[in-house]
Design a protein around this ligand. Structure first.
Ligand SMILES: Cc1cc2nc3c(=O)[nH]c(=O)nc-3n(C[C@H](O)[C@H](O)[C@H](O)COP(=O)(O)OP(=O)(O)OC[C@H]3O[C@@H](n4cnc5c(N)ncnc54)[C@H](O)[C@@H]3O)c2cc1C
Length: 362
């Protein structure tokens, strides 16, 4: 196991043991039954303290909440506590080579054979699959049904015979992404979440949880990075190389601060809505579009403000802050794709918020 995975598991386990993991989950499954607002306050304090991220992200933000909403009692007892303790890491097996924005076009097949499904197909961009023990897998179980029907949501052990994981290297140099191949993988029927052929509804719940959690946590992450950048610029280190004193750059830094505040209050408005019990609607696309693009703008400003040496990556003796800013910048490029690309968000806003005519599907 890589050292950072072992560290991440240990850190999450310590938090759990001290009662600080999944505090808003029900007590009977390892949480503390805290309110959403308490959970958010806790997240804010963690960000302020620069605490490490929790490693079991897919399990905490999607797998767990989906099981709490739709899982059987046996599934809840089997998985929820293990997710909180990072005893078992989860990944999300939705996207395929020809099913990303058009997720319902997915082709990975699952056929019932006695009490098991037999799964064949391929997923791609599966974050953390290399370290994962469980996968939330969307499979096609009815070829005749319209494409949004005939999909089933399965929990698949990544240790099952027939599962092969191949890492993909990203522009940042990390290997978070993976291709995952399934060859005659047997999955017990008891691992279906919800009903057979009704997995699309479960997938939508999963993505809603992902988006809602992301809006808040991304806002905090952006703020932490901006505070670091402003401190760096104010400190005057490398002043001879810093163009940050230029008026145009000062304006860009101020704009980044304003955008960060806008994001904060948008996230708080969402929180108020969630506390009132409102279901997130298409306006969530406005937030997703905004946080992904403003983060990229902010990191472009960072590289400009910190000078050309900030573009050097880890390993170069001249890299500013050991390549920290170059890494954040490169990593940020994926934000306008993950959890729904900017083009898709703009389509949703145009059609469902502004009421413009639908785009023609290919
Ligand atoms: C950081 C990151 C983490 C990810 N983690 C996971 C994960 O853990 N599990 C998982 O299942 N997936 C994951 N993904 C995959 C992600 O969900 C997909 O990349 C995304 O849905 C886009 O799908 P695609 O890559 O197939 O691109 P495509 O859907 O092929 O799109 C290609 C381009 O065409 C544009 N486009 C497509 N359709 C339209 C349209 N109708 N109108 C206008 N433009 C259009 C898109 O905006 C995009 O620019 C991750 C992606 C990233 C970047």
């Amino acid at each position: 196991m890589d050292a950072w995975v072992a560290y991440g598991k240990d850190w999450q386990r310590r938090l759990y043991d001290a009662g600080w993991c999944g505090i808003h989950w029900p007590r009977e499954y390892g949480g503390r039954g805290a309110s959403l607002i308490q959970q958010v306050l806790f997240q804010e304090e963690m960000a302020r303290a620069r605490a490490p991220m929790l490693i079991n992200l897919a399990g905490l933000t999607m797998g767990g909440p989906v099981l709490i909403a739709h899982g059987t009692e046996a599934q809840k007892r089997r998985h929820l506590r293990n997710i909180l303790m990072a005893e078992e890491i989860w990944c999300q097996g939705f996207s395929e080579p020809n099913a990303g924005s058009d997720l319902a076009a997915l082709k990975t097949r699952a056929v019932l054979d006695g009490d098991d499904f037999v799964v064949n197909g391929q997923k791609v961009w599966t974050s953390f699959a290399r370290y994962a023990d469980w996968c939330m897998l969307l499979v096609r179980t009815d070829l005749e049904a319209p494409k949004h029907r005939g999909i089933t949501f399965l929990l698949v052990s990544m240790h099952s015979p027939g599962v092969t994981v191949r890492p993909l290297r990203q522009i940042s140099g990390d290997e978070d992404f993976n291709e995952v191949f399934f060859e005659d993988v047997r999955v017990p029927r008891a691992n279906v979440v919800g009903e057979i052929n009704r997995g699309w509804d479960i997938a939508i719940t999963t993505l809603m949880h992902e988006r809602q959690t992301l809006t808040f946590s991304r806002q905090l992450q952006s703020r932490v990075a901006l505070d670091q950048l402003l401190a760096r610029v104010r400190s005057g280190a490398h002043r001879d190389r810093l163009p940050a004193v230029q008026p145009v750059l000062r304006q860009k830094l101020a704009a980044a601060y304003i955008e960060s505040q806008t994001m904060k209050y948008t996230a708080l408005r969402n929180l108020t809505r969630a506390l009132r019990g409102d279901v997130p609607g298409p306006e969530g696309s406005i937030e997703k579009l905004f946080w992904s693009e403003m983060y990229q703008r902010m990191l472009e400003t960072a590289l400009e403000a910190l000078g050309p040496f900030a573009q050097l990556v880890k390993g170069s003796p001249y890299a500013v802050d050991a390549g920290y800013w170059a890494h954040l910048f490169l990593y940020s490029r994926g934000r306008t794709i993950a959890a729904g690309s900017s083009e898709i968000q703009r389509n949703i806003i145009a059609e469902r918020v502004l009421g413009l005519p639908r785009t023609r599907q290919a």
